[in-house]
Design a protein around this ligand. Sequence first.
Ligand SMILES: Cc1cc2nc3c(=O)[nH]c(=O)nc-3n(C[C@H](O)[C@H](O)[C@H](O)COP(=O)(O)OP(=O)(O)OC[C@H]3O[C@@H](n4cnc5c(N)ncnc54)[C@H](O)[C@@H]3O)c2cc1C
Length: 507
Amino acid sequence: MDQTTIKNIVIVGGGTSGWMTAAMLAKLFNKQLDITLIESDVIGTIGVGEATIPPLQIFNSVLGIKESDFINATQATYKLGIEFEHWYQQGDSYMHAFGNIGRDLGFTSFHHYWLCAQAAHNADSDTQYNPADFWRYSINYQAAKHNKFQPIANIPNAQMSGITHAYHFDASLYASMLQQYCSQRGVTRVEGKIDKTALDNNGNIASVHLQNGQTIVGDLFIDCSGFAALLIEQALGVDYENWQHWLPCDSAYAVPCESTSPMLPYTKATAHDAGWQWRIPLQHRTGNGIVYSSQYMSDIQAKQLLLNNLDGKPLAEPRKINFTTGRRVKQWHKNCIAIGLSSGFLEPLESTSLHLVQSAIIRLTKLFPHHGIQSQQIDEFNRQSQTEFEQIRDFIILHYHLNTKQTAPDNTGLWQYCRDMNIPDSLRQKIDLFRQTACVFRHQDELFTEAAWIQVMLGQGIQPADFHPLAAAVEPAALQDYFGNIVKVINTTVANMPEHSAFIRAL
Ligand SMILES: Cc1cc2nc3c(=O)[nH]c(=O)nc-3n(C[C@H](O)[C@H](O)[C@H](O)COP(=O)(O)OP(=O)(O)OC[C@H]3O[C@@H](n4cnc5c(N)ncnc54)[C@H](O)[C@@H]3O)c2cc1C
């Protein structure tokens, strides 16, 4: 057991993860810690990471950053969900809309009543089961598709939750905003390139050495050096668990283009022959990128495909990024904690990387080793990180695995591979349970909600064989009233909301 007081914190890296970590530690520990952040202007940052999920609101609010200040400083727009085009099959589209869908009755989730009504409808008429109908009961989906936005917590007089939102924002502007925030709270910024790391006799990091001759010592080192993983991998040799056999995409091109009107309040993820393309609408531009597997598509093809599918004029040359999907086997080792890309990477399909940064920071503050690092703290931190990475991994694999796409002439392409691959048992169990019973159970503090899993499983073509028997206990006429009322209150609420761009202009 190490009894050293932990006071000097050295954060290596000034990308979004480095500045988010510095900002939260400076805010919460309020001068109890000496925080130094080292970044290299020559190396720069990855420069992507513009779409988020709802918990970022909590992060900003703990920092005391007002939403309107954040929106204005980072050219942000609101995000109500992600639309997946051509994922299940060509021409098909569905949304993972944030928030709840419909209204649960007692212990029984809304979708069981919806499935019950669909089954009754099919038995009574020639109409087919229509999964698209499910999103009529999502206020986020309806607002997104009508290009409306207003942050209402609840729908008045309806016992239904209102809008759940996240943001699209310019990540480099966010990092600058946090840098300013940190300088007002005593964080020391050091510019320079680290070329050496010194370890002590116990294998802990003692100091980092910069090319300009400076040496910086610390008690606790946070590795936010991005894919370089300068401390956790290069200095401490912690392994990386490769998940490419489940998520084969390994390359991306990113390019901004002129923004187009209307400014959509949702992200678009459009599947193509060997991966997918993102569209992220910001106030001043649209962020675009193509994610693909180099085994199934060449760089030249990918770059051209991206440029051919922009909504506006490109504003820069497309930039290539290589990555390996997976996770650091130990995110915390010795006196070093990896946060951000150094700790692992899951492709941006569900915009989860910055969330993983946020939750690692929160985990660190909860398990902070004030009076020396205890092995129990390390083990608990690593256990939670592993669970979180694996749960998100499963959710992303779900989108790829459940496809019926026929792209390559001989069906040997990415989509066929993903359809045929062995998936993790944890995901197989979830899919099978939903297919048979329409039930979804979340484990521990799982990030994605029941509604999120249901939307992606329905959207990716699962038609559950059954629904909960309690759904059939409601009289059909009462069920129709219940559905009619939900649709009515959602439509009325959305009709009264301002346009997304008008709401932002008024901030
Ligand atoms: C294609 C792609 C798309 C993405 N899209 C999203 C998205 O939509 N949403 C989302 O949440 N996330 C997304 N991400 C992830 C997101 O970009 C990162 O999680 C986020 O930017 C944090 O990166 P980072 O700070 O860990 O690393 P970086 O931004 O790479 O920062 C690394 C820092 O370390 C410094 N550094 C490195 N080596 C040295 C050295 N030797 N000496 C000194 N300093 C050094 C660099 O200068 C830099 O400051 C995406 C990632 C990729 C690859």
